[in-house]
Ligand binder design. Structure first.
Ligand code: NAP
Ligand code: 12T
Length: 341
């Protein structure tokens, strides 16, 4: 068995910690593991399968001995350090939005477009898609393969853990403050997040969509390799700690019955069907928390269009939406014959 030297960059963050957990849970063939973050956290310790790992300063780290780098230190940091690591011969799997639209960087969901990874050597960088896009496309791919999807309309209900550890703390603090009649002071989000719903994720662009909404649009087109697919999203932050939910309306080329969709999804890779509405069986964020699957329920015919179908798609945003997908990409590299140094 070949073993790899792996560096987790952003290892003290919500995504980085989950990457360390998943590498250990899935027994990824690790020779040496390195936990990297900013100079602020250097000298702290993080957990890797019960082992305490000292955090090292990214800025002082030499990647020449590293086989695989799992990056989630934010787009501005990946912009600078991912190309440096890649040039030192480290295969970089980057979780930030920075490289996702670069035509020389593959944007990969292993269940959806594993073949896209083959061009990664051009830059030695592979981009991990946005969390909301990943869970949606894992669920839509089996349907799209049966009858091409022409149009997608989405509303998301996204957990605060997508924004990182400070946002998880902000929701908990505000909830305590409000339940004890104290005033709240929003810092991470533009408005109060506890007991509220905010139709803004990331910043606004000139077309009045947010960057998160445009990521779903652009990344879907790149991953499905279909520049024509019509897609429009509203991304909403809700006071949930873990698990993104999505209400998704698709329009397929040929009509697809709810039963046909259920048949295509049951047993599809990475999917768990939870769809028995009469018995109140449908997925919620709490059902997905800590789980690896993308959960699908509420499948029903669109009453406004014979080619329309509604789905409710839920997944743990830190796992399949980020860390798990990245580790699965690393597993794909191993399958494709990546040689350790
Ligand atoms: P987080 O909990 O705030 O953690 C941020 C991590 O980045 C920490 O480990 C932090 O280290 C590190 N970091 C910040 N500045 C750094 C620097 N200059 N040099 C080295 N490390 C630095 O945030 P998170 O939720 O883990 O998310 C991190 C990033 O991952 C996001 O900005 C986003 O780009 C990406 N992300 C992607 C998805 C997705 O959709 N696939 C989902 C969530 C996040 P310190 O402890 O030293 O501050
Ligand atoms: N703003 O890497 O806040 O595209 O939930 C992921 C999650 C950006 C990204 C969030 C974000 C990304 C969030």
């Amino acid at each position: 068995m070949k073993n790899y030297n792996v560096a987790v960059v952003g290892a003290t963050g919500a995504v980085g910690k989950t990457m360390l957990d998943i590498l250990s849970e899935r027994q990824f063939p690790v020779n040496k593991i390195y936990a990297l973050a900013s100079s602020r956290s250097a000298g702290r310790f993080v957990n890797f399968g019960g082992q305490r790992i000292e955090v090292l300063d990214l800025d002082k780290f030499d990647f020449s001995n590293i086989d695989i780098g799992l990056f989630s230190p934010g787009a501005g940091v990946s912009k600078i350090y991912a190309p440096k690591a890649a040039a030192a011969g480290c295969a970089v799997i980057d979780n930030t939005s920075f490289f996702r639209q670069d035509p020389e960087v593959p944007l990969v969901i292993p269940e959806v477009n594993p073949q896209a990874i083959d061009i990664y050597k051009k830059r030695n960088i592979i981009a991990n898609p946005n969390c909301s896009t990943i869970q949606m496309l894992v669920a839509l791919k089996p349907l799209h393969d049966f009858s091409p999807i022409k149009r997608v309309i989405i509303s998301t209900y996204q957990a605060v853990s997508g924004t990182g550890i400070p946002a998880i703390a902000e929701l908990a603090t505000q909830a305590k403050q409000l339940l004890s009649d104290q005033p709240v002071n929003p810092e991470v989000y533009p408005k109060q997040i506890a007991f509220n719903a905010l139709p803004q994720i990331d910043s606004f662009m000139d077309n009045s969509y947010t960057r998160e909404e445009m990521k779903m649009h652009n990344e879907t087109r790149k991953i499905l390799d279909d520049t024509e697919i019509m897609i429009s999203a509203t991304a909403v932050r809700v006071p949930v700690f873990h698990g993104h939910c999505e209400s998704v309306l698709i329009e397929t080329k040929q009509p697809m019955s709810p039963d046909k969709a259920r048949e295509l999804l049951s047993g599809a890779p990475g999917i768990k069907l939870m769809d028995d509405a009469k018995n109140s069986i449908y997925p919620t964020a709490i059902d997905a928390e800590g789980q690896d699957e993308v959960f699908v329920g509420r499948i029903r015919a669109d009453l406004s269009n014979p080619n329309g179908l509604w789905l409710w798609i839920v997944s743990d945003n830190l796992r399949k939406g980020a860390a798990l997908n990245s580790v699965q990409i690393a597993e794909l590299l191993v399958e494709k014959g990546l040689q350790p140094k």
